[in-house]
Design a protein around this ligand. Sequence first.
Ligand SMILES: NC(=O)c1ccc[n+]([C@@H]2O[C@H](COP(=O)([O-])OP(=O)(O)OC[C@H]3O[C@@H](n4cnc5c(N)ncnc54)[C@H](OP(=O)(O)O)[C@@H]3O)[C@@H](O)[C@H]2O)c1
Length: 306
Amino acid sequence: MFKVVVIGASGLLGRALVDELARQADWQVVATAFSRPAPNTVALDIRDAQAVEQFVEREAPDALVIAAAERRPDVCEHDPALARALNVDAVRTLAAAANRRGAWTLSISTDYVFNGTHPPYRHDSTPAPLNAYGHSKLDGERALTATTDLGCVLRLPLLYGPIVSWAESAVTSLVPAIAASASSNGRSAVMDAWAIRYPTFTPDVALVIRQMLERHAHGETIRGIVQWSGDEPMTKYEIAVRLAEALQLDANLTPQSTPTDATPRPHNCHLASSQLEALGIGRRTPFDTAIRQVLAAFPWRGETAA
Ligand SMILES: NC(=O)c1ccc[n+]([C@@H]2O[C@H](COP(=O)([O-])OP(=O)(O)OC[C@H]3O[C@@H](n4cnc5c(N)ncnc54)[C@H](OP(=O)(O)O)[C@@H]3O)[C@@H](O)[C@H]2O)c1
């Protein structure tokens, strides 16, 4: 029996990952959550080092995937201590505990470790984060590699997938404004047309992680830093146009060609995925197909708030 612990199983990526791993007949999956515990999850605050050590010692997994994080750039900017506790210190504690048990740790990181001026970025391109979130995730990558030889960092770009609220993904968070702009007295919704993103479907990432776990189970462990990305470049304005089409809304959208974010964000951090592709790992569901699946499972009902 191959045993995998998923830390942060209640999140956008964690849920997709648990769905994927649950389909593996001879694997045992132990899932943790924090503020959103479910009957099939273990409650764990990863800031509590003692609780983490006891949990990993008790479960004795073969592999541990860290999908828990503080990933909202504005929250990280205003609460760098929280960002550090989750994105750096907890990664170190988890990786050290896993290493003591001989378990492989896979930690999720972000394209925001780069400044976005010279894409595409390889796994060994020089990081230069622009904001507190990117800094904390880069420090988390370094904490992982300094703590265990049996570890791997998987960098990902903007994620979307099955949601439990519109705000959960930066892709679906556009829906309420798109819908408001389509109402009879709706004002135009201004959408960023400057930053280029590569929206990546969480079930595709879950498959990538499952394939990486399979390699570990077969003694072909992947170490160091790897990257995975969707291959359709889009600005938020272009994402909004595609969402409006999928929702069959006559939206009134205005492209905004200069950045207006309070927190600095990179222009284009396209991540090269060639290492994983060379191993035959990965799948890319076309955006228009994937977003229709997401919207079918979580239909727009004219909510007033995101
Ligand atoms: N979302 C994106 O667009 C994106 C892009 C690139 C990289 N990433 C990276 O991908 C990973 C997954 O992101 P996501 O979007 O799935 O995040 P998410 O939806 O915000 O989920 C965060 C997870 O962390 C858990 N968590 C929060 N505080 C915790 C604590 N103190 N102790 C234990 N668990 C805690 C949450 O549990 P509760 O909900 O139960 O509190 C939740 O399961 C992160 O490493 C993120 O940096 C995300």
